[in-house]
Each structure stands twice: as C-alpha cells, then as structure tokens.
Write a protein that binds this ligand. Structure first.
Ligand SMILES: [Zn+2]
Length: 500
C-alpha cells in the first residue's frame, strides 16, 4: 500500500460515491433451502437508465456474440437476468467474482465444473452487504462461480444452461416464452420471476437486442475492448486554451472529446470492437480517475487510452505531442508506436525532450492492470500548437492515427461491406460508470494480501494532504469497508489522496 497524490495533467476531483450493496441472487435448480435466493433487488422499472447503459451494452454485445453458438437465439431475457441478478453489475458477486448471473458453483455428474470458463476455486460470498449496522464481515458457506472477465461469465451462463434441464430454451425466439420456460426449468424460485424479467425487458427496451438473421451474430469474435476517455470535463478549473491565443478559451475536455468521438467513429468500420467511454460524453459530469480506472477494469479492457491536451510552455513556440506510459520497456515501445501513428497523421512533432514520457506519477498510468496510455495532443498554451489543435482537421487526423495504431496492434479487420440490418450493439455506450466498486476478493483475505487501515489513520493522512478521510474513502474503490472504523486494502494498492 502506498499513498499517492496525482501530479500531472490528469488531476480530477472526485464526485461523491458510496460503496455498493450486494443484491446478487442465485439460480436454484433443486432442493433449495435458501430463502434469500431470489431476485430481491428493486431494479425493475427503476430509474437507473444512465448508469445501466454501459452495463447493458456490454452484456448485450456478448450475448449477441456468444448466444448463437449455443442456439440461444433471444438476448433480451438473458440481459434482463444479468440486470436483475447483479443489480446491473453492482452486486458483490458481480464486482468481486465477475458473476453477473448469480451462478452457483456446481459440478456435473462427472465432477467437472459446469462452467468451464470459470476459475477453479469457488467464490465464497462474504455477506458484507447486510452488515452495515454491525460492521461484521461474515463468511458464508455458499459457493459461487467466479470468472476472470465478463466475457467468460457470459459464456459461463450459456454453459450453465447447456444441460438437459434447460434444453427447451434452444431455438426460442420469443422473449416471453424464454422467460416462462426458464422459470419453469427452475432457474429461480421466485414466483413472479417471469414477470420480473419481462418488466426489465420492457423498462429498458431490451428487445432491440433480439435481432437475428438465421442465428448469425453481427459481432463475432471480440478483438479489441478499448477503454477510451476524454480527460476532465467541461468545468474543470484551468484546462483550457490560453486566452491570449484563443479568445474562446476552448476547454480541454471539448478537444479531448472531439478526438474520442472520432476514434469511436473510425473504429466502427472494424469488426469485433467494443468501446467503453470512461468520461461523461456530455461533459456535464465529472467521472473521477478511480472511477475511470475501475470502469475500465470492470469492462475488461485490453487497452486504456486517455486523450488530453497539455499546457505548461507559457505561450512560447514550444509544444507538440507526447505519450505517457508506465515506465517499462514494453510500454515505452508501444507508446512510441502510438506517438508515431498520431504524428504521422498530424505532423505535430513533439519538440520537448521526451516524445514518450514517464507516466509513473500519473494516476491513469500508475500501477496499471492493463496497457494504459495518456496522449497529450499538443499544448493549449503554445503559440504554434493552439491554432492547429483547435481545428477539426487536427482532431480527425489524431483520431486516424490512434485508430491506425489499434488496427495494427489488434489486427483489426474491416467489416464486410454487405449491409447489415443489425444495429451496432455498442455504438456509443453511455458513460458515467458508477465508480463505486470493491475489488477485495476472498482469495486476498485467505492469502493475507490485505492490510487493515483504521479510520484514524485515514483521517491523519487526509489531514496532511488537506483533504478529508471521506474524500480518500470515496476516491479509492480498493478501500474496502470492514467496520465503521476499519478498512481493508490490498497491501499493493496505491491510495489516491487527491490533488496536492
Ligand atoms: Zn488534461
């Protein structure tokens, strides 16, 4: 565990968040004696559309891609199950075990895992969600499948129902029939499970994901999961073009967003690309850095690209492009490829000493769990850069460079030109991912990777950085509340303490 304050261009203030409450539920196919196994969260008809959109888009794309291989031809009920069972990806099982369907750890009669894509060990639900009053961290004997990615979990769902009990689901194309049959088959014991699913389908208009032509999917294999963020938001202090060079004082977020939009549009021409936008694409809401990183991790991104514009050359002719990365040989080489791909298009050569720069001090690069890069695409206080970076053409070229890099890196193939009646399942996922996520797993507890931090310690550290303990708690999804006065954290976690 280490304390760090971000120092670079990527400062963000946090927005208030709360630790989530688990509402995950479970399949039960026989001799159930667990009264708590049904869908008891209240999402149906709920008002969480914005927060749900990212989750729904991701699940939907995977269902469209994987379902047909199992001859499951309707997606809306499966998406609805995921929404219900995982509280749209916020339940403990979803967050800690990437189990979005409440799949119990079960083996076949041959003694092999019913979900081959699951990890070998079950996740033991620790029930922290129900103990806000006592602060107890209680283990439960219940065992659940855990997965390393959402994709593996969706595959796991189809494997889970790929037994004779559920064989009547194959080939069904009516959502209502599917919901009725899966209830009859015993997936859940809730009396009104069918109606609950239908309510969710209707509330979120999920039937739009039920488009099929002979069972073929328009997604196919997923080749790239890109976490893409436009740095900051509309109202970030500073972070705008210098007034003497741009009377409009164009906001950095606007420039960043314009490029990200063009990257999305450019990648739309390629097969097998999923994009998770990490910022609020309206620019109205700040998504803080821990929230962005957590969303990218939850998304299972292959690569994290954060688009920024720089400042700090004091209205001189200095400037140009820089790419920051966590400082390893491999990352440096990749960052140079990004730099080259972009500058080949834009001509905005970096004339600072480092074209590829050490980003170890930047939150978005620090201790990355995926390949993560920050592109500083010209300086907002450079006399040479500002007239260029304000142009739409420059944004277009930058985006082309980024797309070219990704095409090469992930060997992307253009979509065939024959018209496809299916809408792109993930054209512009709504951002605003909820940043409240807990990544503490039971394995960490078992292996004593966790250390305890008292609230007193947090308060003392917060004081020394001029922030509140609450700020630190809210800003760090990796801080797990054990009791009102004790928090757990992985001993390798970097604790973000804000701007300093
Ligand atoms: Zn920035």
């Amino acid at each position: 565990m280490a304390w760090i304050s971000s120092l670079g261009c990527t400062h963000e203030l946090n927005r208030s968040t709360g630790h989530n409450n688990d509402t995950s539920t479970t399949e039960d196919d026989s001799n159930n004696n667990n009264k708590n196994n049904d869908n008891d969260n209240d999402n149906e008809g709920g008002n969480k559309e914005v927060a749900n959109n990212v989750f729904i888009d991701q699940i939907a794309a995977l269902c469209q891609s994987i379902g047909p291989k199992y001859n499951i031809l309707v997606n809306s009920p499966v998406i609805a199950q995921a929404i219900l069972e995982s509280a749209s990806g916020t339940s403990e099982l979803a967050v800690n075990a990437k189990n979005y369907f409440g799949l119990k750890f079960k083996k076949t009669s041959q003694g092999v895992k019913r979900c081959p894509t699951a990890l070998d060990n079950p996740y033991i639900k620790v029930g922290s969600e129900q103990d806000a009053s006592t602060g107890q961290y209680v283990s439960s004997s219940m065992e659940w499948f855990q997965f390393k990615s959402m994709e593996d979990c969706v595959t796991g769902y189809y494997d889970f129902i790929n037994i004779s009990t559920y064989s009547n689901l194959k080939g069904v194309t009516s959502p209502e029939t599917y919901c009725t049959l899966i209830k009859q088959d015993g997936y859940a014991t809730s009396i009104d499970y069918t109606q609950k699913l239908m309510n969710v389908i209707n509330s979120y208009n999920l039937t739009k994901y039920d488009t099929y032509n002979g069972g073929s999917s328009n997604m196919g294999e997923i080749k790239l999961k890109l976490a893409l963020g436009a740095g900051h938001y509309k109202y970030t202090e500073g972070k705008r073009c210098n007034a003497s060079l741009d009377p409009n004082e164009t906001r950095e977020w606007y420039l960043n967003d314009r490029i990200c939009d063009k990257v999305e549009a450019g990648l739309d021409a390629y097969e097998g690309v999923l994009i998770c936008r990490l910022d609020d694409t309206t620019g109205d809401t700040l998504v803080d850095l821990p929230g962005r990183k957590a969303a990218a991790e939850k998304f299972g991104a292959d690569i994290y690209i954060s688009v920024h514009h720089n400042a700090g050359v004091g209205c001189t002719a200095s400037g140009g492009t820089q790419v920051y990365c966590y400082w390893t040989d491999k990352n440096r080489a990749e960052a140079k490829k990004i730099y080259d791909a972009v500058v080949t298009q834009t001509g905005l050569v970096g004339n600072r000493s480092e074209k590829v720069a050490n980003g170890n001090h930047l939150y978005e690069c620090y201790a990355p769990t995926m390949d993560s890069y920050i592109i500083e695409n010209g300086f907002m206080d450079s006399t040479t850069d500002v007239p260029i970076i304000l142009t739409d053409a420059h944004a277009e070229k930058t985006a082309k460079g980024i797309v070219n890099f990704l095409v090469e890196r992930f060997q992307l193939v253009k979509k065939s030109s024959n018209p496809n009646p299916n809408p792109n399942p993930n054209p512009n996922p709504n951002p605003n991912p909820e940043p409240s996520m807990v990544f503490v797993s039971v394995e960490e507890i078992k292996t004593e990777q966790l250390v305890a931090v008292t609230l007193d310690t947090l308060s003392a550290v917060a004081n020394s950085y001029g922030v509140t303990a609450d700020f630190i708690i809210q800003s760090n999804p990796g801080l797990y509340k054990l009791t009102d006065t004790v928090y757990l954290v992985n001993k390798d976690t970097v604790i973000y303490v804000g701007n300093h």
